[in-house]
Design a binder for this molecule. Structure first.
Ligand code: SAH
Length: 200
């Protein structure tokens, strides 16, 4: 499958009906999700692999991983409304995913690769910490998005857990006026995609 085709399929996933500010439901744009998943696929981290998506939201990363040939995809998400969208989208594409309602903190699974876009910590500082801990616990390879300015924090957490950064790409997410606390209608956020690998 070409990247363009993956992006087109991922664009079909309906938006979240009622995003919540506390949960920081900034969904990964289809084009950026396709970029992450292609990088992962090229590195051999998707096809035939057990892939987890922590905080899977409406499922863009989980669905994309399955479309690229993951043997198993497990997603966990605390928000039932987001999960319903993800389940509907996966079913409409004929994909079998394991999408569980629950908190990342309580998730437990042995995986080959984690792909995730955790909360950026705009509402609660370091809200991405439990996601990082859980990812490091579940898999030796982690692809994750973070606000660019938190790179130091993420790198320190990773190295403390025995992981190092093997790839780094920058993207801009345009966040629409989703929540009333945003002053501007659209905000551009610099986002880093990191590939982290266990070296111990
Ligand atoms: N992975 C999706 C969603 C990213 S937004 C995408 O890339 O588009 C982050 C998601 O994490 C939201 O859907 C939010 O509901 C979820 N989330 C926040 N805290 C959580 C927690 N403690 N446990 C599980 N999911 C959580």
């Amino acid at each position: 499958m070409r990247k363009r085709e993956l992006e087109r399929l991922l664009q079909r996933i309906p938006p979240h009906p009622s995003p919540s500010p506390e949960l920081e439901q900034y969904l990964t744009p289809a084009g950026v999700a396709a970029e992450m998943l292609f990088l992962a696929a090229q590195r051999g981290d998707i096809r035939g692999r057990r892939v987890g998506d922590l905080g899977c939201g409406t499922g863009v990363l989980a669905i994309g991983a399955k479309l690229l040939g993951a043997s198993r995809v497990v997603g966990v998400e605390v928000d039932p409304a987001a999960l319903e969208v993800a389940r509907g989208a996966a079913a409409s594409m004929g994909l079998e995913l394991e999408l569980r309602e629950g908190r990342v903190e309580d998730f437990s699974e042995e995986l080959d690769t984690v792909v995730m876009n955790p909360p950026f910590g705009a509402q609660r500082r370091h809200a991405d910490r439990p996601f990082l801990y859980k990812a490091f616990e579940c898999a030796p390879v982690v692809y994750t998005f973070h606000k660019a300015e938190t790179e130091g924090f993420v790198t320190r957490e990773a190295s403390g857990a025995g992981f190092s950064v093997t790839h780094k790409n920058k993207y801009r997410f345009t966040i629409r006026h989703l929540f009333s606390f945003h002053r501007r209608e659209r905000e551009e956020v610099e986002v880093l995609l990191l590939r982290l690998e266990r070296w111990t």
